[in-house]
Design a protein around this ligand. Structure first.
Ligand code: SAM
Ligand code: DTB
Ligand code: SF4
Length: 329
């Protein structure tokens, strides 16, 4: 069988025109290509699961217009200092007991101070001692900080580009796109795996979704993990009340991400509580092969674990870690 058009020129940089053409295909053609690419690189019916924990909540000086943790917006969120190691371990242990093998810890910082890195490394070590993979998202990092985290055995660092370079300043003004690319380069050069994606449904145009994916796909190497978040609208944030995205356009975004980054794990990330089971099923068909599992994301709700177990059962999907099946509880 001929390769899907998008895979015929491996190694060629993605241009906006090439990515636009991909997005514009008839839905069936796009999904067929995405599923074909998916099966070439991944088992068809396996979904990797991760669990999130906010280890430092709220009070962030940045102005990301989607975020409930920015100090600039009154979202009623209770600020919390860095969580003690024992509480982090307790949460990681509970996640492990439910089947999660990767534990992602997030902190509402613009950039961590060097002493924050010391404290975080202690938490990473404690989670690693439980035999779990670790991921952190702490904001911007210097090369030295990235080296220290890599040295501590951290597996993944999450830092998102969020949207296209053109739309970016509509959403965030307190750090630049360049700043984000610099942190990503520091993480990658320090030898950690990169988790990098974005948010859709923020009032952006299709061309911004195309632009985001072109940026991600042209990172070298491509990010190992690509979270596609749908905006969770939080009262008090400037983006609350944005026009919701057409769900089929969300599926197109997942399919295009799968085709443009064939070997990356594409995570159907925030926003699942606003999605029907049928929409999520289409996303898995389009090539999404990771989710956050557990009742909470960082500060907002995620589908209940029991609901996800039922969904996996109905779709014949197996939860996995590094290709090995895991039992969800
Ligand atoms: N402060 C760090 C940073 O911004 O890099 C780490 C934590 S931050 C909450 C991690 C990511 O969560 C953001 O880059 C953004 O993509 C996503 N996020 C935050 N609020 C969201 C929302 N309301 N809906 C969807 N995604 C959101
Ligand atoms: C990512 O891209 N999505 C996750 C994770 N990386 C850290 C965070 C989603 C946060 C949603 C809003 C909240 O719960 O505060
Ligand atoms: Fe702060 Fe991160 Fe939220 Fe932006 S996304 S306000 S940097 S916690």
């Amino acid at each position: 069988m001929a390769k899907p058009s998008a895979e015929r020129n491996p190694g060629t940089a993605w241009t906006l025109d090439r990515a636009r053409a991909l997005f514009q295909q008839p839905f069936n053609d796009l999904l067929f290509d995405a599923q074909t690419v998916h099966r070439r690189h991944f088992p068809a019916n396996q979904v990797q699961i991760s669990t999130l924990l906010s280890i430092k909540t709220g009070g962030c000086p940045e102005d990301c217009k989607y975020c409930p943790q920015s100090i600039r917006y009154d979202t009623g969120l209770e600020k919390q200092a860095l969580m003690p190691v024992e509480e982090v371990v307790e949460a990681a242990r509970a996640a492990r007991a439910r089947g999660a093998t990767r534990f992602c810890m997030g902190a509402a910082w613009r950039r961590p101070k060097d002493r924050d890195i010391d404290a975080v490394i202690e938490r990473v070590a404690a989670v690693r001692d439980l035999g779990m993979e670790t991921c952190l998202t702490l904001g911007m990092l210097t090369r030295e900080q990235a080296d220290r985290l890599a040295g501590s055995g951290l597996d993944y660092y999450n830092h998102n580009l969020d949207t296209s370079p053109e739309y970016y300043s509509e959403v965030i003004t307190t750090r630049s796109y360049e700043d984000r690319l610099e942190t990503l380069a520091n993480v990658q050069q320090a030898g950690m795996k990169v988790c990098c994606g974005g948010i859709v449904g923020m009032g952006e145009k299709r061309d911004d979704r195309v632009g985001l994916l072109v940026q991600l796909a042209n990172l070298s190497p491509q990010p190992q993990s690509v979270p596609i978040n749908q905006l969770v609208q939080v009262k008090g944030t400037p983006l609350d009340g944005s026009d919701p995205l057409d769900p089929l356009e969300f599926v197109r975004t997942i399919a295009a991400a799968r085709i443009m980054m064939p070997k990356s794990v594409v995570r159907l990330s925030a926003g699942r509580t606003d999605m029907t089971d049928e929409l999520q099923a289409l996303c898995f068909f389009a090539g999404a092969n990771s989710i956050f599992y557990g009742d909470k994301l960082l500060t907002t709700d995620n589908p209940e674990a029991q609901h996800d177990r039922q969904l996996f059962e109905r779709l014949g999907l197996a939860a996995t870690a590094d290709g090995d099946p895991v039992q969800l509880a």
